[in-house]
Every structure is written in structure tokens, then in C-alpha cells.
Design a protein around this ligand. Structure first.
Ligand code: M6R
Length: 582
């Protein structure tokens, strides 16, 4: 959802470009760079991905550079709307991630002062608003941001030879790197270049020059910076021989399961959960997209094991409803920990006096900081827009939590067989992919937790292949959707629950009777039914364990179909990885 990288160093252009490249996953509608050369601000911007500014950046040798990759919100993906935006008087250039909700009224009042605009963006309004304020760069930025409503992470290059950065809701980090002093939307930019970083707090302003980084609070009082250790190394963001991150990340699933188990065995992360759950009678799980599917899984597994009502909510819906929760623990699930819709639920839960638990892959994220407790999902850096290993890690965390809280003698090593089971499903699904390729629409059905897997499998397929795909509880099909099944329509049937197997098979038979093509996913020891394609699962303990591995073939399938269609699986159209706007 837009990425910002700013650098103060002698050869900023080239190195700032390298940082920006790592933020490509945040949007690829347009990119741009601005620098201060001989006292003047020079800007280069273009449509398309970061790659398109590489030639310009490599020879752009100014000491202070700001750069941006855009996911369009206000105004189309045109060159005019690309960042950086120059203020009306040319005194500063600005890059922005977020949405300014009151930009129309600010634009009108600036226009009344004779200020004109070149783009349709809310961001250009912010640039001119800052320039129009009085005082030093610090004072101007502070005064202007007080007038903004909405969310923002800003990097502002002033002619006074300084870059200022500040944020509200959207993430922003600073670090002293081997390439110079850096500001970025994600710590991935610092990997291999710095050992520590600082996550800017709401309202703080970082002042970055070639020589130093200074930090100011919202009253413009200088404060100390307490840096945190950056643990990730370069292998976590390299493609490691793969052509695409998505493929690499699917193949990492057994590895990340092992790191999860070894971290939970070494660190006592679960004991504090007992206290957190004390006095809790209900559980509310909140997330978006794939993380919401993890919440559906968590609601079933925690609810059944702890014998209490547990419900999953879509964050963007919950935020504007009138939730009535009592004695409820709120669990917020997010890979990035920066999703605006999910983060926006935290104050609502706090206002209701609820305890909050973040389940996130990003330990330094706003979500982890703002909740009362957090559990790491240990999936490592996930860069492909389509979430794969993080989904498996999220449901593994929720499953582990449910087992720990419900089972007196729970031992983390009782899950040690799972990585090997996952490994067995990293097969070659190209034959299945060639069958799915001609289909206009694909259905996924299952009962219980299999219906959650169905929804996640459908999301994966539609998000990167642009095919119409739906996931349904198997019993629901005959209540309407069966009308869409005709000759050759692929229907994936997940059937991992022995008790419900016969019922699900009856639904598969209904599909066959309409000419549909049944792709069955079931444990190899279950009685086989008449199907067109069979994906056998290794024998596991329960329905939840099957959910941890049965999704893998369909992550691979989505990848293969996407590639066969000639699309880039890492950059699906219209999407971005971290959705930091509402
Ligand atoms: O970072 P989050 O887990 O909060 O992101 C939530 C969704 O935006 C995300 O899962 C999205 O649905 C993925 N692109 C799905 O693959």
C-alpha cells in the first residue's frame, strides 16, 4: 500500500533505489524519486513498477533522496499522480503512504490562497500545506500534520538540506545503515545493511541528514532513540534460486513449521496465555482476507477445545458495527501487523475494556505493540502478495494455542510430525493445473474446517489467476450454487473428517451427476469415491492437522495456473501486500 524509502548518503540515488526495490510488494502502479542537487529539487517519476526508475536512479548522485512506489488510491496510476510531489513553491518534495480524509477541504482552502495543483492526489495537497505553513521545516511539518485527518507516513525533502519523516497509523522505520541514514516503510530495506532499527511512534518526527538522525516528540522536544535489534539476514529476502517469491514461500512451509516448533520449544511463549484467558467466556477473532480465514479456523478450534463461544469477524465490518462483547478476549490475526482495518479494531476493543492478543508474523508491527499480548507466527519474511506460508503459520499458532490451553500435558513435540506431512504435499500438480486452466470458474467445497480451507483455496486461485473461484460449506451447494455446475466444472472436494466423510461424498456425487469434475482431497486411508482426480493426504491426528497441510496443493495449483496464463504471481493486478489504508 505504497512504499517509502529515503536516504541521506553521498550516493543516495543508487542505494535508495535498492531499498525501494524491496518495497515493490507494497504497490506497483508508479514509482518516483526526488533529490536535492545544487540547492534545487530534482524529481523523476514514471508509471509502472520500481524497475522503471532504475536507469535514472543509478546516476542520481545527490546526498538526500526520497523515493516512492505507489498503490493508487486518489487518482489513477498516471505519471502526474506518481510521487514525489513538489509543493507549489518548489521548497519541498514529499512521499506519502496513507489516505488524507479531509484533503478536499484543505485543497479548497489552499486554492483560495491562489495555490494550484498538478495531480488528483491527496498527497500533493499535503506537500503544499506543509510549504504554506510558517517556521522551520520541523515547525511547518508539525503544524501541517495537526490539520490532517486520516492516515499517513510521510517523507519530506526540504531545500534546507534535511529530510523529515513522521507517521500516523501507517508504518515508518529509521536506521543508521552502511549506506547512510535511512527511512523506510518496512525493515526489509535495512536487512544486510543495519543491525538495529527504530519504529517511529505516532506523531514523532525523525530528522535525517547525512551526518545524523534526530528524533522529536509531538511537542518538538528532542528525544533519545532506543534502537531495537534487527534479527533478519539477507537470505530471508533473497529468491534463493526461485524465480518467484510465491513459489519459494510455498516451498518454505516445512521449514517455517520447524522454526515455529523449535522457537516455541525454546521460549516460554505460551505460559502467559493462561493468565490472558483467565475470566474469558468468549473469543472474538478478527482479520482480513487470508488472515480472516485463519480466524475462521481459530474460532472453530479454540471454541470447540475450550468449550466456549468463539466467532470470527471481518475487521472492516466489525469496525463499523456496534459490537457487544463481554468477558471476551479479542484475537487479532495479521501477517503484516499493519493492516489498517485490523489495527482499527484495537481501539474499539480497548474502549470495551477487552484484553487483546495479536497473532502476527511481524513482531515489531503496530499490532504487536498495541495489543496486550502477542504470539509470533514465525513464518519469516513473506513478500509475495498472495499469502501462503504465513497462512499455515497462523493456523499452526492458533492450533498450538488451542491444544496448549485445553490439554494438561500438552507437549510441543507432539506436533513434530507436521513438517514432514507438509513436505509430502509439495508435489507436482502440473497435471491438475492443466485441467483447471481452461475452466472459467472453479468451486471448492468441504464441511467443518474443510470449508475454511475451501475459502482460502478459492481466494488463492482468484487472487493470482483472475478466475472466478468460490469456497463453500459442502452442504450449502445444493441451496443455490449447484445451479452453476455444468459439464466439466471443476469442484475440489476436501473431505478430511471421517465422521462427515459420507455426507461430503454425497455432495461430491451430486456434483458428478451434473457433469462436474470432482477433485477429491482426502486421507489416503479413507474409502475412495468416484472422482476425476485424487490428492491423497498422509494420515494425521485430526481435522485441524489436515487443514495445516491440505491447503498446500492449492497454493501450488494457483501458482502453476497463474504462470501458465503468463501472469506474475508475486504482483497480482490491483493488489498490494500490506493494506495500510481502509
Ligand atoms: O497482513 P495481513 O495478514 O493483515 O493481510 C490481510 C490480507 O490483506 C491478506 O491476507 C490478503 O488477503 C492476501 N493477499 C491473501 O493472499
Amino acid at each position: 500500500m505504497c512504499g517509502i524509502a529515503c536516504l541521506a548518503s553521498p550516493s543516495s540515488g543508487k542505494n535508495c533505489y535498492k531499498a525501494l526495490e524491496k518495497l515493490d510488494y507494497r504497490g506497483y502502479d508508479s514509482a518516483g524519486m526526488a533529490g536535492l542537487a545544487d540547492g534545487e529539487i530534482e524529481i523523476f517519476k514514471t508509471t509502472g513498477s520500481v524497475k522503471n526508475i532504475e536507469d535514472f536512479a543509478k546516476d542520481f548522485d545527490c546526498p538526500l533522496v526520497i523515493a516512492h512506489t505507489r498503490w493508487a488510491t486518489h487518482g489513477g496510476p498516471t505519471k502526474e499522480n506518481a510521487h514525489p510531489h513538489l509543493s507549489y513553491d518548489g521548497s519541498l518534495a514529499l512521499v506519502h503512504n496513507g489516505i488524507i480524509e479531509n484533503y478536499q477541504s484543505l485543497k479548497t482552502s489552499l486554492a483560495e490562497c491562489g495555490i494550484g495543483f498538478k495531480s488528483e492526489t491527496d498527497s500533493e495537497v499535503v506537500a503544499s500545506l506543509i510549504a504554506h505553513e510558517s517556521g522551520s521545516p520541523l515547525e511547518k511539518l508539525s503544524k501541517a500534520t495537526k490539520r490532517l485527518e486520516g492516515s499517513f507516513a510521510l517523507g519530506v525533502l526540504f531545500k534546507e538540506k534535511v529530510i523529515l519523516a513522521t507517521r500516523r497509523h501507517s508504518p515508518l522505520y529509521i536506521a543508521v545503515t552502511t549506506e547512510g541514514n535511512m527511512i523506510a516503510s518496512d525493515v526489509v530495506c535495512f536487512i544486510g545493511l543495519a543491525k538495529e532499527f527504530y519504529a517511529l511512534k505516532e506523531g514523532e518526527i525523525a530528522m535525517v541528514t547525512e551526518d545524523k538522525i534526530e528524533l522529536y516528540d509531538s511537542q518538538l522536544k528532542k528525544i533519545d532513540i532506543s534502537f531495537c535489534e534487527l534479527e533478519k539476514d539477507e537470505t530471508s529476502i533473497s529468491l534463493n534460486g526461485y524465480e518467484y517469491y510465491m513459489e519459494k514461500e510455498i516451498n518454505e512451509i516445512p521449514i517455517i513449521m520447524r522454526s515455529f516448533l523449535s522457537r516455541y520449544a525454546k521460549e516460554d511463549l505460551l505460559t502467559p496465555m493462561k493468565k490472558l484467558f483467565e475470566g474469558v467466556d468468549n473469543i472474538a477473532l478478527v482479520g482480513c482476507g487470508t488472515a480472516y480465514h485463519a480466524c475462521l479456523f481459530g474460532a472453530k478450534v479454540l471454541g470447540e477445545r475450550l468449550n466456549m463461544p468463539a466467532h470470527a469477524y471481518i475487521a472492516s465490518e466489525l469496525k463499523y458495527s456496534r459490537p457487544c462483547f463481554k468477558n471476551t478476549l479479542a484475537i487479532l490475526v495479521s501477517q503484516s501487523g499493519e493492516t489498517a482495518d485490523t489495527l482499527g479494531c484495537v481501539p474499539i476493543f480497548k474502549k470495551l475494556g477487552l484484553k487483546t492478543l495479536a497473532i502476527t508474523n511481524t513482531e515489531h508491527s503496530a499490532l504487536a505493540r498495541e495489543c496486550d499480548a502477542y504470539l509470533p507466527v514465525c513464518a519469516g519474511v513473506e513478500l509475495a502478495v498472495a499469502s501462503t506460508k504465513a497462512y499455515v503459520a497462523q493456523i499452526l499458532t492458533l492450533y498450538t494455542l488451542a491444544r496448549y490451553l485445553s490439554q494438561e500435558d500438552f507437549d510441543i513435540f507432539s506436533l513434530s510430525h507436521l513438517p514432514e506431512a507438509a513436505e509430502r504435499l509439495l508435489g507436482d500438480y502440473s497435471r491438475l493445473a492443466s485441467e483447471i486452466l481452461p475452466a472459467q470458474r472453479v468451486f471448492f467445497i468441504g464441511r467443518g474446517l474443510d470449508s475454511v480451507t475451501s475459502q482460502e483455496a478459492a481466494l488463492k486461485l482468484k487472487e493470482i489467476t483472475y478466475k472466478s473461484a468460490e469456497g463453500y460449506p459442502a452442504g450449502e451447494l445444493k441451496h443455490g450454487t449447484l445451479a452453476l455446475i455444468d459439464k466439466g466444472t471443476p469442484v475440489v472436494v476436501f473431505a478430511t473428517n471421517q465422521d462427515l466423510y459420507k455426507k461430503t461424498m454425497a455432495n461430491a456425487t451430486e456434483v458428478k451427476a451434473r457433469g462436474g469434475k470432482v477433485i477429491l482431497v482426502a486421507p489416503s486411508n479413507f474409502e475412495k469415491c468416484d472422482c476425476d482426480y485424487f490428492i491423497p493426504l498422509p494420515t494425521l491426528k485430526d481435522e485441524a492437522e489436515y487443514s495445516l497441510v491440505s491447503i498446500i496443493p492449492f497454493q501450488s495449483l494457483a501458482f502453476l495456473v497463474c504462470r501458465a496464463l503468463g501472469y506474475n504471481p508475486d504482483k497480482p493486478r490491483n493488489l498490494a501486500k500490506s493494506v495500510t489504508v481502509e
